[in-house]
Design a protein around this ligand. Structure first.
Ligand code: GLA
Length: 439
């Protein structure tokens, strides 16, 4: 009975007491009228106790047919922030859509072109949000229409507080009005930030915008960007969030903390963010994902080897794969990383399991993810400064020791043959070997 709360326990024990009393009296005396009264008393106590049981049950998960079935696999797309910050305009966004198609990223599964902060400048006299007339002279709808004409989806950004993180007008008090606008523009994805929210309750604020979006009637992915402070993995799904940031902003570096552009707080290296994901896997699944922030692949702060690690780790974490580089001018190496279909298949596996760290030994990390066909994806990660051998045992993958399994290398695109009990590989400094193990 440990799952019951104190009121529930009291109600349960009262009913049990009555039951034993009745049974005892019944066995001793057996008069029909007494028995009837006694059992009637039990039924009445049940009816009276029922609200107590109901009172302590968790609220039902948010559900609405408009937003049901969104993001059944982790969202894939592009967002302007990591590379361009506030420097966004309508041509840039359209060109990014073109580049997503031309580069093969659309074919590889990327769908969303998302504008982050700084597209908005004010509200008009009726409270309608006004896009920057210099940067978006045609307004937002024609941009969304263009992105849709490419067979892609379109996303936008706002914030639950009074102003966005870049100080632009945000959503507080305008949730339903903004949602109607987004729906009319053809928005498919909303990233909702958490700056300037003072004493607001995160849960209530995010549920409010989800209800507003659904009331507007267009299916819109809701990306909760609360940075993990109020543990959104515990309530994000219940308020209808499809993904929630688990940490502060990513920094385009392997490791370490640095000041943000505005000097406010801490951006975090890729490996620091990775470490903050350990333990969160059970909160992720189809329609609701942990978000360790957008990709930095191709932005120049890490080597190609490190970007390959970044991408592999985000893939095995079932993280949203939102590229953040300039898709128009990426090198062939970066394009090959972002479009590795075998790695993407691990991320997009329909079972929707997030990978977990199954072993950690000094600088050697092993991450594993169960896939829908019963096989496992594995990332052998070398965090150190020299090459090293890293192995994963079948036991760590949840397989009996004696079975043999086909192993495939997802970066070399090569079958490595059959292995029994374990498989290992030499892994370069700051690199990964990514495998599937299929019994
Ligand atoms: C916050 C978010 C970032 C980005 C900026 C925009 O820092 O976490 O991802 O959206 O705001 O101002």
């Amino acid at each position: 009975m440990s799952v019951l709360g104190s009121q529930q326990r009291l109600a349960f024990h009262s009913v049990r007491f009555l039951w034993y009393k009745c049974r005892g009296e019944f066995l001793e005396r057996n008069p029909m009228s007494f028995r009837t009264r006694c059992f009637a008393a039990i039924i009445v106590s049940f009816v009276l106790a029922a609200p107590l049981f109901a009172a302590e049950e968790p609220p039902p998960p948010y559900s609405n047919p408009v937003s049901a079935n969104l993001a059944l696999t982790p969202p894939m797309g592009w967002n302007s922030w990591n590379k361009f910050g506030c420097n966004v305009n309508e041509d840039l966004i359209k060109q990014m859509g073109d580049a997503m198609v031309k580069s093969g990223m659309k074919d590889a599964g990327y769908q969303y072109i998302n504008i982050d902060d700084c597209w908005q400048v004010s509200r008009d006299k009726d409270g309608n949000i006004v896009p920057d007339p210099q940067r978006f002279p045609s307004g937002i709808k024609p941009v969304a229409d263009y992105i849709h004409s490419l067979g892609l989806k379109f996303g936008i950004y706002s914030d639950a507080g009074s102003k966005t993180c870049a100080g632009r007008p945000a959503g507080l008090g305008h949730e339903y009005q903004d949602a109607l606008k987004y729906a009319a523009w053809g928005v498919d994805y909303l990233k909702y930030d958490w700056c300037n929210t003072t004493t607001q309750d995160p849960r209530a604020s995010y549920e409010n915008i989800r209800r507003a979006l659904d009331t507007a009637g267009r299916p819109i992915v809701l990306s909760i960007c609360e940075w993990g402070a109020a543990k959104p993995w515990l309530w994000g799904r219940q308020v209808g969030g499809n993904l929630w940031r688990t940490t502060g902003d990513i920094h385009d570096s392997w490791v370490g903390k640095e000041r943000t552009r505005d000097g406010a707080c801490c951006e975090t290296g890729m490996i620091n963010i990775l470490d903050q994901q350990a333990g969160l896997a059970s909160f992720a699944g189809p329609g609701h994902w942990n978000d360790p922030d957008m990709l930095e692949v191709g932005n120049g702060g890490m080597s190609d080897t490190e970007y390959r690690s970044h991408f592999s780790l985000w893939a095995i974490l079932a993280a949203p794969l939102i590229a953040g580089n300039d898709l128009r001018s990426m090198s062939p190496e970066i394009r090959d990383i972002l479009t590795n279909k075998e790695v993407i298949a691990v991320n997009q596996d329909t079972l929707g399991r997030e990978g977990v760290r199954v072993a950690r030994d000094g600088d050697a990390d092993v991450w594993a993810k169960q896939l829908s066909d019963g096989s496992r994806a594995v990332v052998l990660l070398n965090r150190g400064s020299g090459e090293m051998n890293i192995a994963v045992s079948w036991e760590e993958l949840g397989y009996p020791d004696h079975i043999s399994a086909e192993v495939r290398d997802l970066w070399q695109h090569k079958d490595l043959g059959k292995f029994t009990g374990k498989v290992g590989a030499s892994v370069p400094s700051h690199g990964v070997v990514m495998l599937t193990v299929r019994p």
